[in-house]
Design a protein around this ligand. Structure first.
Ligand SMILES: Nc1ncnc2c1ncn2[C@@H]1O[C@H](COP(=O)(O)OP(=O)(O)OP(=O)(O)O)[C@@H](O)[C@H]1O
Ligand code: SF4
Ligand SMILES: [Mg+2]
Length: 330
């Protein structure tokens, strides 16, 4: 079956200091099937948000897609004009941006924003839309939803704003929800409740989700599959069970070892954290982008671009060490 969202070899660039363009997203490929929850994880600056924004045609200028394809149910999103993209946002694709306040109109009450989206999507009376809006807020663990509907975004807390942004993204019952660090502004005690409520709603409606996060244990818990992005490239992807139990790429292993909720011994003897910093996008290395930080690097890793190796069905990684192991085991 064709995936609902298909991102193929996506490349995004910004103008460089000395002229020319610098690619910050360098060939991201990712599928989200209908009804599937897919995680996108990686360090700060890896290109997660830009990938998400490109899907919606919302790249911050002067950023530009310089290569690849994005399809939603077979429709080429990169070929759409702004009015068509605008129609898509909120109905076909819902976005909870990393900065949720940006999604809310500062001059309109929470209730007005929610009810307008609900009525655009399913029609019905204003009273019915208001009842549904309150119900949606209630499901996201927001107390006194009726009062909240009459408030303006600046009159509520950051955590409340984030949940309102989530409710708004879901109000049009989109086929695909893109959630960029959707629980980052929430109190840790609330995170679980909100995530559970959100996932319950999307699972019940059959929506698909692209869930962007630094939180590996959470991704392991709620996602079906995940992709790991490093320096603008997906370097490993697979079903979460295999990906987090038998991580293949040294970077994924390092991330897991640095994540206190995972038992590092389950992925072998690993460093506590990943030494060094991701490479500067303007100083692209000819070989594996992770080479300067990799404890498994060997001759040629700094020169040869690693190919994809399938380590288990549906689970692949871009690493020469894994490719060499596979050759030895045959
Ligand atoms: N407006 C911009 N102008 C120039 N470069 C940018 C811009 N936005 C992002 N970048 C570059 O693109 C890279 C990827 O940015 P992106 O926001 O996608 O990272 P991210 O993975 O979402 O990180 P975080 O976890 O911190 O949100 C960054 O390292 C940054 O250098
Ligand atoms: S290709 Fe080489 S440098 Fe890159 S992650 Fe694999 S072993 Fe490390
Ligand atoms: Mg981001």
């Amino acid at each position: 079956m064709a995936p609902l969202l298909a991102i193929r070899d996506l490349r995004i660039a910004f103008p460089g200091e000395g002229g020319g363009w610098v690619e910050v997203v360098r060939g991201v490929s990712l599928d989200v099937a209908s009804g599937e929850v897919v995680g996108l994880v990686g360090e700060s600056g890896a290109g997660k948000s830009l990938t998400a924004l490109a899907v919606l045609g919302l790249l911050p200028p002067p950023g530009r897609v310089v290569g690849g394809a994005i399809e939603l149910d077979g429709v080429d999103l990169l070929g759409l004009r702004e009015p068509e993209l605008r129609r898509l946002r909120g109905t076909e694709i819902g976005l909870v941006a990393q900065e949720p306040a940006a999604a809310l109109h500062p001059m309109l009450t929470v209730g007005r924003q929610l009810t307008e989206t609900i009525r655009t999507h399913r029609g019905g009376s204003a009273a019915e839309a208001r009842r549904l809006a309150a119900e949606r807020l209630d499901r996201l663990a927001l107390a006194e939803p009726a009062q909240l509907l009459d408030r303006y975004p600046h009159q509520i807390s950051g955590g409340q704003r984030q949940r309102v942004a989530l409710a708004l993204a879901l109000a049009g019952e989109p086929r695909l929800l893109i959630a960029d660090e959707p629980t980052a502004a929430l109190d840790p005690t609330l995170q679980h409740e909100v995530v559970d409520a959100l996932i319950e709603q999307v699972r019940a409606s059959g929506s698909s989700v692209l869930w962007i996060s630094h939180d590996l244990p959470l991704v392991a818990e709620i996602c079906d599959r995940a992709a790991v992005i490093y320096a603008g490239e997906v370097i490993e992807r697979g079903p979460v069970g295999g990906l987090f139990r038998d991580a293949a790429h040294p970077y994924t292993r390092g991330l897991l070892a640095a994540s206190p909720s995972f038992d590092a011994t389950s992925v072998g003897a690993l460093p506590e954290a990943i030494p060094g910093q991701p490479p500067d996008a303007s100083q692209r290395l000819p070989g594996c982008a992770f080479e300067p930080r990799c404890r498994e690097r060997f001759d040629g890793c700094d020169r040869e671009i690693p190919a994809w190796v399938e380590v288990a069905p549906g689970h692949g990684a871009k690493c020469r060490a894994r490719a060499a192991e596979l050759v030895r085991s045959r």
